[in-house]
Design a protein around this ligand. Structure first.
Ligand code: URA
Length: 435
């Protein structure tokens, strides 16, 4: 069916619901280039302001999922589980969760993204391991999962190409933080990626797209209902992103923290989040009650079996496992500079987005899509919200290869931290569960 894009834009601008056919026409046109960027952006902005009904969001999701390859994981035996985080700073959860869940008997055939802007990406983190391959032929990917239970690679070019196009436009037109657009973007990719089970980690707080629990609940409900409607077992956790997750921000620094966590010595908030995510994935995958799954996840984390799975995966993907056995072997940044407390008191705020942007300034991330990354650069927070510091105590250490990068990064990072006389109210890492 043929439509005029300007009619579709007008309809949404005036607050009416779009039909399935109109949505499919728009998405097809974005991918084949017949819808110019200026019209695509006009519709995205209209959706941003007028929203979408749940039925429209589901139609947009399916149109995005079917815009490219639909991965068929049926050649992999067993239950395939996946997870997705809505994006955060210091979020290295996949590096721990994937081996724990695989060690507990479920399959992880995961396609992850790269970092852009202030948030990092799992693929960049994995590539900080020397020789690690994250682009594999489909058969090798399946074979590794069948042999060892897990494999994490980058998204293939033709997975949900409509999302690639729309996300790039949203990123530069202030239309990312819209519930229907985020729900369709995430679930479109996840449906195309072919797993049986999906656990969504919906971040809430200053460093997340969703600033309040109410918004996050709405996004989570929308995504869970879309997943269930296509037969995917789906649930969501709402988790705190009022400060970076764990202590490390930056690629190899985060891998080191993930390895420490797999050795049972990770930061408390990060370890608790990983166990909650694993427990929910195992529960959705039918491995027992939530309590039994939590015990199973915790055992795999503390008895070394998950670490062994991680090492097996790195070996299968060509990575150098020596850096995992001894993380001191990771290439180090040439210089480090500390940020210290200029007064005594409690750390009551650590603005997450500023921390992520400071890490980008140090070379740990990309401001533009094709920028190179320094895998050793980044930040290690020595303090977290609620900690008491004396004047002069180290709050964070920054790592970079170029001394000139420290001044702007240090200004930004210092402005991210607030010290007060009173101890702030502490929040749990897991704030709620939907599904
Ligand atoms: N992550 C995604 O994959 N898409 C969004 O729109 C937001 C976060």
């Amino acid at each position: 069916m043929e439509f005029r894009i300007s009619d579709i834009i007008r309809k949404k601008r005036d607050g009416f619901a779009l039909t399935k056919e109109e949505i499919e026409f728009f998405v097809r046109g974005c991918v084949d280039g017949s819808v110019p960027d200026y019209q695509a952006v006009a519709l995205l902005m209209a959706i941003y302001f007028k929203g979408m009904e749940s039925r429209e969001t589901a139609d947009l999701t399916l149109a995005i999922a079917h815009s490219g390859d639909m991965i068929d994981l049926s050649l992999i035996e067993g239950i395939k589980v996946d997870k997705h985080s809505t994006g955060g700073v210091g979020d290295k959860t996949t590096l721990v969760v994937a081996p724990v869940v695989a060690a507990c008997g479920l399959r992880i055939a995961k396609m992850s993204g790269r970092g852009l802007g202030h948030t990092g990406g799992t693929v960049d983190k994995l590539e900080s391991i020397p020789s690690m391959r994250t682009t594999l032929e489909r058969n090798e990917f399946f074979d590794i999962v069948n042999r060892i239970g897990l494999c994490v690679i980058g998204q293939s070019e033709n997975l949900a190409p409509a999302d690639k196009k729309l996300y790039a436009l949203r990123d530069v037109t202030a239309t990312v933080d819209s519930i229907p657009l985020i729900a369709a973007s995430i679930m479109g990719k996840k449906i195309a990626a072919g797993s049986d089970v999906i656990l969504l980690d919906v971040k809430v707080g200053s460093g997340a797209f969703m600033k309040t629990v109410e918004q996050a609940e709405k996004l989570a409900e929308e995504m869970v209902s879309i997943g269930e409607s296509v037969g995917l077992k789906t649930a969501a956790l709402l988790t705190n992103m009022d400060e970076p997750l764990g202590n490390a921000i930056g690629n190899s620094l985060e891998v080191i923290e993930a390895v420490n966590t797999l050795k049972g010595a990770g930061p408390e908030d990060f370890t608790r989040l990983c166990i909650a995510v694993c427990a929910n994935m195992l529960f959705l995958g039918g491995r027992g009650s939530l309590q039994e799954c939590e015990n199973m996840a915790s055992d795999a984390l503390y008895n070394g079996s998950a670490l062994m799975k991680f090492i097996e995966m790195i070996r299968a993907q060509g990575g150098d496992t020596q850096v995992i056995y001894d993380t001191n072997k990771f290439k180090k940044a040439k210089y480090f500079v500390n940020i210290t407390a200029n007064e005594s008191g409690y750390i009551s705020k650590i603005e997450t987005e500023k921390c992520g942007n400071a890490a980008v300034l140090l070379g740990a991330g990309r401001a533009e899509k094709d920028d190179a990354i320094n895998y050793a650069a980044g930040i290690v927070l020595e303090q977290k919200i609620g900690d008491f510091v004396n004047r002069g105590d180290v709050i964070a250490t920054m790592y970079a290869d170029d001394i000139a990068l420290f001044e702007p990064a240090s200004k930004l990072l210092s402005s991210a931290v607030l010290i007060t006389e009173d101890c702030p109210q502490m929040k749990n890492i897991v704030l709620g569960r939907i599904g």
